[in-house]
Design a protein around this ligand. Structure first.
Ligand code: NAD
Length: 473
């Protein structure tokens, strides 16, 4: 066994849980075992895989409370944990419904040469590695896992060391589905385990920071395996003069502070037309002040604690930097400690600019810096003045006006007159732009196809010489 790691409780600040990572030898042996078991999983066919996943869903439903409780302790928040487990369960059904169409055998086709026909087949990567972060610990450890399993791959998952309590109750549910248990393994551990995992798999799906994503990509490149990277963001929102301000402020409050802003696709900066700026700030502050901390009980309020201690330091640093450079705090504005947990109330800032970290670096907190613009070209340039390109939002009275602005933003997904829609609607295929990621779309039907390699069989159907052969008669 590897060295035991301490896990901090986000509501108390105390270490009250421990995980034991596998040694690199144990991890390598597990990868070998999974790769062997994958052969039967693939050969058993899609129907059998769907059946196994449906059985797993039933086992999860019967243990839902235990998994949810662990997730609540991992994250310190209640309603988002329930949303997380419900989304995970519905993703099993969604993929089971979509997979038969996506994996249906293609008909043999005629090629440009009539006597040569083409058959296409998809072959799964044997073993997929999934490395996931702490902000949605269950959901992000399963988002790639479910389609990969249905594609016929075996999967080894390493969730974040910061929120790992949900792993044990989740793994317990696999006991009643032996076929799935043979091809799905969860391992506990931190960066070292993640690094060792990449050495043993045939494809890696990584969700996390740009800094770690870069390391993952480098190891994957050395190993010559595909790496699908879903990384950080600094999502902008643009609010045009014609926008419905009631709607925009409600949507942006949700999009910025849900899960305490600990979401890759959180709105992290808002650009508002000069003519509506004062009204916008007033409405946003008014609504932000109505949200309460989920304290002292987890059942209270909407805003949970900051899950990772190191993130609280970053939020505090960004706030201090902004205030030192002239930002005005309208509400919230600090990281506070309550009974050992670290909290931050929804914070609205104005008088912000791009010399401030809060406008350029990922904050990952419930912070809404609002900057005014007079020309739409300036707003678009500011929105694109970033190393990130995950998603964005545009608010306008007319859909066409909003779409025109959206088309000029360098990001993979844009919500129009709403915010963070890709968190809930997974149909739209999208790529992460710039440093926000690399590889095929995790959303939409394309997500499952990432786990397959295409194979072409070119079949000669007549005993005739090809015109390009050497003439040896
Ligand atoms: P992180 O990069 O610190 O860690 C992510 C995972 O990588 C963890 O499991 C960690 O143990 C593992 N890891 C660390 N070092 C590693 C290494 N050298 N090799 C392999 N694995 C290693 O990220 P985090 O702090 O857990 O998560 C927050 C970040 O994740 C934010 O930047 C956020 O935007 C991003 N995120 C992105 C998405 C998305 O879909 N784009 C979704 C959620 C979170």
């Amino acid at each position: 066994m590897g060295v035991q790691l301490n896990v901090r409780n986000p509501r108390t600040g105390n270490v009250d849980y421990w995980i034991t990572p596998p040694t690199s030898e144990q991890l390598a042996a597990e990868c070998t075992r999974l790769r062997e078991a994958q052969i039967a999983w693939q050969q058993g066919g899609l129907e059998q895989r769907i059946e196994a996943l449906q059985q797993w869903k039933q086992a999860i439903l019967s243990q839902k409370d235990e998994i949810t409780n662990a997730l609540v302790t991992d994250t310190g928040r209640l309603s988002v944990s329930i949303l997380e487990i419900d989304s995970f369960i519905s993703s099993i059904d969604r993929w089971c419904r979509l997979a038969p169409g996506l994996l249906a055998k293609e008909d043999e086709k005629v090629t440009v040469i009539p006597v040569i026909r083409l058959r296409q087949e998809c072959v799964p990567y044997p073993l997929v590695g999934v490395i996931s972060p702490w902000n949605f610990p269950l959901l992000l450890s399963t988002i790639d896992t479910i389609p990969a399993l249905l594609a016929g791959c075996a999967v080894i998952v390493k969730p974040s060391e910061i929120a790992p309590r949900f792993i044990q109750p989740l793994v317990k549910t696999l006991a009643s589905v032996p076929k799935l248990r043979d091809v799905l393994t969860y391992v506990e551990g931190a960066g070292e385990t993640g690094e060792a995992l990449i050495e043993g798999v045939d494809l890696v799906c990584f969700t996390g920071s740009v800094a770690t994503g870069r390391k993952v990509a480098e190891v994957a490149a050395r190993r010559f395996i595909p790496a699908f990277l879903e990384l950080g963001g600094k999502d902008p929102a643009i609010v045009l003069e014609s926008a419905d301000l009631e709607l925009a402020t409600s949507a942006l409050l949700w999009g910025s502070v849900v899960n305490t802003g600990q979401s890759c696709l959180s709105i992290e900066r808002i650009y508002v037309s000069q003519s509506i700026f004062e009204t916008f700030i007033e409405k946003l502050v008014n609504k932000a002040q109505r949200l309460q901390l989920a304290y002292p009980s987890v059942e209270n309020g909407e805003i949970g604690p900051i899950i990772a201690q190191r993130q609280a330091d970053i939020i505090a640093e960004h706030l201090q930097d902004a205030v030192a450079k002239g930002a005005v705090v309208h509400c919230g504005g600090k990281v506070e400690e309550l009974d050992g947990g670290l909290w931050c109330r929804p914070t609205v800032l104005s008088q912000v600019n791009h010399s401030m970290k809060v406008m350029t670096e990922e904050t990952f907190g419930p912070i809404m810096p609002v900057m005014l613009f007079s020309m739409i070209e300036d707003a678009i340039a500011l929105a694109n003045d970033t190393i990130y390109g995950l998603s964005a939002a545009v608010f306008a009275g007319e859909q066409a006006e909003a779409l025109d602005v959206a088309s000029r933003i360098d990001a993979g997904a844009i919500s129009i007159n709403d915010a963070g829609l890709t968190a809930l609607i997974h149909e739209g295929e999208k790529n992460a732009f710039k440093l926000s990621g690399m590889g095929g779309s995790r959303m939409g039907a394309a997500a499952l196809k990432r786990f397959m390699r295409k194979k072409a069989f070119l079949v000669k159907t007549g005993a005739v010489p090809d015109p390009w052969w050497f003439n040896t008669q």
